[in-house]
Design a protein around this ligand. Structure first.
Ligand code: ADP
Ligand code: MG
Length: 323
């Protein structure tokens, strides 16, 4: 631990990279940026707490990536383009090596998405690491994908593959037996999620409602259905389960696919007439997009198994306050 470095040295050294000329970044009381005429600002914030959202021994670089990724994912789910972000850091000690790696991971993803770090706050914490990231993006208000916009008859889609982050998390937490070879292949899904920013922007003109799957497919889709006042039927046999998981017991796979969180794929609904365009978007971006069911008038979320039977006792998603 370097006891000589002050909070201000730390910020100046690790969190004050240049921003474009038309922005005012860190170093003043506020950051300043403008948005193009006719666009709306999309903003979102996410907290990450040591021991709750990440393991204490997680690699600092991957943590820097993930802290920003989960926020960019919210912009993606709205169809917004990132502009900038704020970083709140509560650190129990000042370990320059750790901070440097954290900043590297954070800035690498920020650069990829032109999401400039324009300010933040830094403080010593009494207990564990606390990270708070706020992102700003812009979106065309006519095309932002609201949760309330699903319509009965819409097809329901999900991007990417399901289950890997959940299984990796359960292995690392000791909840299920660790298979080292499998864990090696899938832990990046948990630690280095890829926010679907370009996909969200491409979908915005064609999809109705969207959400990023942070708390489990059924729970997050449930938010869309509730806000939109409709139901859904999901066909279990269509769920794009991560192929490395296919040897695992069926009950684990079902829970991982339907209720596994920390996924950061997009679940969205779109009219049947947009099916071919959506297939084309997936091909262009090289992102698998799978139609997994249909939104219904009936106000209920059903999963139908391969034999055509309704799956009873659906697994629940993640809830921080569940007792
Ligand atoms: P204030 O006293 O106004 O809260 P601070 O001393 O906390 O200001 O921060 C000084 C400057 O450094 C501000 O412009 C702030 O946005 C920036 N800053 C502080 N912490 C961070 C951080 N973790 N990442 C990026 N910028 C930061
Ligand atoms: Mg401050």
């Amino acid at each position: 631990m370097n006891t000589q470095a002050t909070e201000f040295d730390l910020i100046a050294r690790y969190f004050n990279r240049p921003v474009p000329k038309d922005m005012l970044g860190g170093g003043d009381d506020c950051a300043l940026f403008s948005v193009p005429a006719g666009k709306q600002v999309a903003t979102s914030t996410d907290l990450l707490l040591e021991g709750r959202h990440f393991f204490s021994d997680v690699d600092a670089r991957t943590l820097g990536h993930k802290a920003l990724a989960v926020n960019l994912s919210d912009l993606a789910a709205m169809g917004a383009s990132p502009i900038g972000c704020l970083l709140g850091l509560g650190l129990p000690s000042m370990d320059p090596g750790w901070i440097e790696k954290f900043a590297e991971g954070f800035y690498a993803l920020a650069a990829e998405h032109h999401c400039h770090l324009i300010g933040g706050d830094t403080t010593r914490s009494l207990n564990g690491i606390t990270l708070s990231v706020t992102v700003f993006g812009v979106v065309d208000p006519l095309h932002a994908m609201h949760r309330r916009a699903a319509q009965p008859g819409d097809e329901i889609w999900v991007s990417g593959y399901l289950g890997a982050a959940d299984i990796a998390c359960r292995m690392l937490a000791g909840e299920i037996p660790t298979q080292p070879e499998l864990l090696k292949k899938i832990r990046h899904a948990l630690e280095l999620p890829v926010p679907r920013v370009a996909l969200g922007q491409a979908l915005a003109r064609h999809a109705h409602a969207a959400i990023d799957v942070s708390d489990g497919l059924l729970q997050d889709l449930g938010h869309i259905l509730k806000a939109s006042g409709c139901g859904a039927q999901i066909l279990e046999s269509t769920l794009p389960i991560h192929r490395d998981l296919l040897g695992l017991p069926a009950h684990l796979l079902r829970r991982a696919a339907l209720a596994g969180g920390d996924l950061y794929e997009l679940c969205f609904t779109a009219p049947v007439s947009a099916h071919a365009v959506i297939d084309e978007i997936g091909r262009e971006l090289s992102i698998p997009l799978t139609c997994i069911g249909t939104a219904t008038l009936l106000n209920d979320l059903q999963v139908v198994d391969a034999a055509g039977c309704i799956v009873p006792d659906l697994p629940a998603g993640f809830d921080h306050f569940r007792m």
